[in-house]
Design a protein around this ligand. Structure first.
Ligand code: ZN
Length: 261
């Protein structure tokens, strides 16, 4: 993705960090080492969340080439949109489910070893062992935010998949997009009333990303209406067919990118 730096590859998927992530580092620097640990924790679990989406997508034949991390979440670039609602449902569930599993695994051992203080302390009052509590909060926040049933959150995709079987894909998409706009306006309202600029920025991001989902759905529906001979040039003949060229085409699918939080 443009404006991003490649960090490493895992399972054949490039992990990129967007330039805007550096802004976050500048913001947290005054907070010292413990807030740096918090950012690394967010980075790690957002990557885990995106990888879970990506690995399930790959099982359904959708290629994922890269994951890009933004300050407010990650985006997995997929070669296509899942065809079947069941596939979209399972791909979307995989991310938040991974965070819920981490919450479940860490909750009792952490409380047993470190007491309730591990769950309730601020960055300034924390001791190093207590910073482990952020594993719990980061994953709880990622799960809670992403199951909001509105685009572009995973919950919006889950909702669309559930509605698509009865209402059709376009109507289901429109409902999830409208809910995304409503949530964006609610976030923007609270952001402005409470003076939280970050919340306003998230609201703008949600609003725009929800609109993009609707545009993508419409493009996909329009393309479906054309049969393959409608888009081939009229002089196309079988002698033009070049197997080697077809192979390279397969390896680099067209850029129908699909973001996923
Ligand atoms: Zn997700």
């Amino acid at each position: 993705m443009r404006g991003s730096i490649r960090l490493f590859s895992i399972f054949g998927i490039a992990i990129n960090i967007h330039i805007t992530f550096l802004l976050l580092l500048v913001l947290i620097l005054p907070g010292g080492l413990r807030s740096l640990a918090l950012v690394i924790g967010v980075f790690f679990f957002v990557t885990m969340h995106e990888l879970c989406h990506s690995l399930v997508a790959r099982r359904f034949g959708i290629e994922v080439r890269e994951i890009t991390l933004f300050p407010i979440g990650g985006v997995a670039s997929m070669s296509s949109i899942p065809e079947r609602p069941l596939h979209e449902l399972l791909i979307s569930l995989a991310g938040p489910l991974s965070n819920i599993v981490v919450v479940g695994l860490f909750f009792y051992p952490m409380r047993y070893l470190l007491g309730d203080a591990v769950l309730f302390h601020s960055l300034s009052t924390a001791t190093w062992p207590l910073t482990l509590g952020y594993i719990y909060w980061i994953n709880l926040a990622l799960a809670a935010f992403n199951i909001i049933p509105a685009f572009p959150m995973d919950g919006g995709r889950i909702l669309r998949a559930a509605l698509a079987t009865r209402l059709g894909w376009i109507r289901a998409t429109r409902i999830a997009v409208n809910l995304g706009h409503i949530f964006a306006l609610i976030f923007a309202y609270f952001g402005m009333v409470r003076g939280h600029l970050m919340l306003v920025a998230i609201a703008v991001f949600i609003y725009m990303a929800a609109s993009r989902e609707e545009a993508q759905a419409q493009i996909k529906e329009t393309l479906k209406k054309f049969k393959i001979h409608d888009i081939l040039p009229s002089e196309f003949s079988i002698s033009d067919y070049n197997p080697a060229e077809e192979e390279t085409k397969k390896k680099t699918p067209p850029d129908i990118q699909k973001g996923m939080l």
